[in-house]
Design a protein around this ligand. Structure first.
Ligand code: FEO
Length: 400
């Protein structure tokens, strides 16, 4: 049975939710599920904006048929070719063979990379930066947004209703639970962490490209944002845009300390906990600790974008950095983490190498400073290390 949502008098959400997905993109757990958003504008011409993931195809096609209510589908606009949005292009074209595909040249070549179906060239409408499409009452214009999150990405702006169809930008993990608008839910408490985890892990590497898109968006009069995942924004857009501004410039949201640690027998954890306690005594608020062997890196990467300071505490293992910490550091580097203050606690029972190896990695991060002296634990912390940890806490607190 169809499950559609009306957004304006002639704009409908025809997407679907997946709460059983085990790993989004084969990497990220999504405890709140995920929505695949697709929209139809019912103008003189009918326009579908993007398709959905194959997991929700059945619901999607029921939704389209319901909204079209016997009308033909005139246009499919493809803003993004990642299969969580493009998977149903071939099936859509099979059901609506007269549809015209509106996309840019990069997208057209990606269609032939992902699919084998024949589609007449004359049914393609290839658009470039700033091109427009008149559909009756609506005028749609297209703006390229390369690497937010793939090279072919574009966004579509409805000049008539001042709506930005923003592709992956301004999306969030989390299914749409009945409501469709972000202002109808407690977004700050229920979804903001997942929105951050979504942006930072999916698009976080491409801060400068996201900045370029934000600058283009500043030139548009936007009253509503319709992303490809999560809720639609029609109020307080500046709240979410401000988050994007910070995330895409790697500016911390809060001045506090994130402490990811790994600990084979608990002694490195003990040192990390002592440091955290000393920081608290010095007045640092909202300190956050993670056992990086327990928590998926995507959560820690997300908080690394939020916190101003990061203390890595880990063990030497196989003459290197303990594997889960090494993986986390690799992930943070890959996501372009920068503009942070870093401190290091290392442990080992012989031939301790982890601290220097971490320093080597983080010293390549842009605008990143190592503060305080590295604390070295030999097997377990003793009184002298407690003093070093107290000293490190003071050095960190001074910069907060
Ligand atoms: Fe939701 Fe980059 O796809």
């Amino acid at each position: 049975m169809y499950n559609t949502k009306q957004i304006t008098n002639d704009l409908y959400w025809v997407g679907a939710n997946d709460r059983r997905i085990s790993l989004f993109e084969g990497v990220y757990d999504v405890p709140l599920g995920v929505s695949y958003n697709s929209y139809i504008i019912m103008d003189d011409k009918t326009v579908l904006l993007d398709t959905v993931d194959k997991a929700v195809a059945h619901q999607f096609f029921e939704n389209i048929a319901h909204v079209l209510n016997g009308r033909k589908l005139d246009y499919l606009v493809i803003n993004h070719m990642e299969p969580d949005h493009c998977a149903e292009i071939e099936n859509l074209v099979a059901k609506y063979p007269d549809v015209k595909i509106v996309c840019n040249a990069k997208t057209q070549s990606m269609i032939s990379q992902f699919f084998d179906f024949e589609f007449p060239q004359e049914q393609y409408v290839i658009v470039k930066e700033g091109d427009t499409l008149e559909t009756g009452n609506h005028t749609l214009s297209f703006f390229m947004a390369p690497m937010v999150h793939w090279p072919e990405v574009m966004v579509t702006y409805d000049q008539t209703d001042k709506i930005l169809f923003s592709a992956d930008a301004f999306g969030s993990f989390g299914a749409i639970d009945g409501n469709i608008f972000a202002d109808e839910v407690d977004f700050e408490h229920r979804y903001m962490d997942e929105a951050r985890r979504y942006y930072t892990n999916i698009v976080g590497k491409y801060g400068p490209q996201t900045q370029a898109l934000l600058k283009k968006a500043q030139g548009l009069d936007i009253e509503m944002i319709c992303p490809l995942h999560g809720y639609v924004w029609r109020k307080d857009l500046e709240v979410f845009i401000d988050k994007y501004q910070k995330w895409s410039t790697y500016e911390p949201e809060i001045k506090s300390v994130l402490i990811p640690y790994t600990s084979v027998y608990g002694n490195t954890q003990n040192a990390a906990e002592i440091l955290a306690g000393e920081l608290a005594k010095l007045g640092v608020k909202d300190i956050k600790m993670y056992d990086a062997s327990v928590t998926h890196p995507s959560y820690i990467v997300s908080d690394a974008f939020k916190y101003s300071h990061i203390v890595f505490a880990t063990t030497t293992y196989n003459m290197g950095i303990f594997v889960n910490m090494e993986n986390l550091l690799h992930d943070m580097t890959a996501h372009n983490i920068q503009n942070r203050k870093i401190a290091v606690i290392e442990n080992g029972s012989w031939a301790i190498t982890a601290g220097n190896l971490i320093t080597e990695i983080v010293s390549k991060w842009k605008n990143t400073e190592i503060i305080g002296s590295k604390v070295t634990i030999k097997s377990s912390a003793k009184q002298s290390q407690r003093e070093e940890l107290e000293e490190l806490a003071k050095e960190i607190a001074k910069t907060i």
